[in-house]
Ligand binder design. Structure first.
Ligand SMILES: Nc1ncnc2c1ncn2[C@@H]1O[C@H](COP(=O)(O)OP(=O)(O)O)[C@@H](O)[C@H]1O
Ligand SMILES: [Mg+2]
Length: 270
């Protein structure tokens, strides 16, 4: 593990019990801050990779090491909350009678003092802009609100790395925009999976393209997403904005996240 690398997968393979390999000899170093996208077709192994990186699943071979664990294999018990995973379905993350109790759950579980827990809750709710939802039961919230509440429940643990599994799935356009703006405002290194390549284009400087549990390629988002054949090989299509307007034929090309490049920009290598 070279200096500056926060999380590193070394030759990781994984199969669910009785099933085929879904992650196949995968190596990846994650460093810097800002965001790295993980894209791939359904079943490519995106969610499994995040579960492995979070230490929720153990590799069958290879290892995933975390700088904060003294470069030892990642283990949620030794560095609780430092690698935060937002599940694809926020209902899997929220289970208490109110949003504030869900957000307090992690810090309380770590044995923090009541005043510190309260501070963490207030900060996480402020950061995500959902202070007004604090007393609401999570099951009554909209999809976008649930996602934000789930994110707040992870941020209250003050993670060094945020793993976000399809954070804009099933959101309407406004909620999707709001979620993207929120993600961009968050400090930790973010790994974001999606097959919404437009969202990844707007939020991630670097991408990893997964195909059947292997890394097909990795590089700057703008370089990778402008290669339709490469994307096609991964079962993906270029971002909609690059597909040209059927009426005027003009491709829409908005400002790109790589324009933010500079000191400490996210980096990925295999
Ligand atoms: N809990 C599970 N048990 C068995 N197989 C699973 C489980 N979760 C996912 N898989 C399989 O692992 C493969 C990768 O799935 P997943 O990581 O969810 O891909 P993605 O997130 O890219 O759609 C798929 O073939 C899927 O069917
Ligand atoms: Mg998935």
């Amino acid at each position: 593990m070279v200096n500056g690398v926060l999380l590193e997968a070394r030759g990781v393979s994984f199969a669910y019990p009785g099933g085929p390999k879904v992650i196949d000899n995968l190596s990846l170093s994650l460093s810097g801050r800002q965001s790295i996208g993980v894209v791939g077709a359904n079943g490519a192994g995106k969610s499994t990779l995040l579960l492995l990186l979070a230490g929720a699943l153990k590799p069958n071979s290879g290892e995933i090491v975390f700088a904060e664990a003294g470069r030892a294999p990642v283990n949620p018990a030794t560095t609780p909350g430092r690698i935060g995973l937002a599940f694809q379905n926020p209902d899997d993350q929220l289970f208490l009678p109110s949003v504030s109790e869900d957000v307090a759950f992690g810090p309380r579980n770590q044995g923090l003092a009541a005043t510190e827990v309260q501070e963490r809750v207030t900060t996480a709710l402020e950061e995500t802009g959902i202070g007004h939802l604090a007393r609401r039961p999570p099951f009554q919230l909209s999809g976008g609100e649930k996602r934000t509440a789930a994110l707040a429940s992870i941020l209250s643990l003050q993670p060094a790395v945020l793993l976000l599994d399809e954070p804009t799935a099933s959101l309407d356009p406004l909620a999707r925009r709001r979620a993207m703006r929120l993600l961009a405002s968050l400090e930790p290194l973010k790994i974001i999976t999606s097959h919404d390549l437009d969202m990844i284009w707007d939020t991630c400087q670097q991408v990893v393209v997964l195909k059947q549990g292997r890394i097909l390629t990795t590089g700057a988002t703008q370089d990778i997403f402008t290669q339709p054949e490469l994307l096609g090989e991964a079962g993906l299509e270029p971002p909609l904005r690059l597909q040209g307007c059927p009426r005027c034929g003009v491709a829409y090309s908005p400002p790109f996240a790589a324009d933010l490049a500079g000191e400490g920009v996210a980096a990925v290598s295999v």
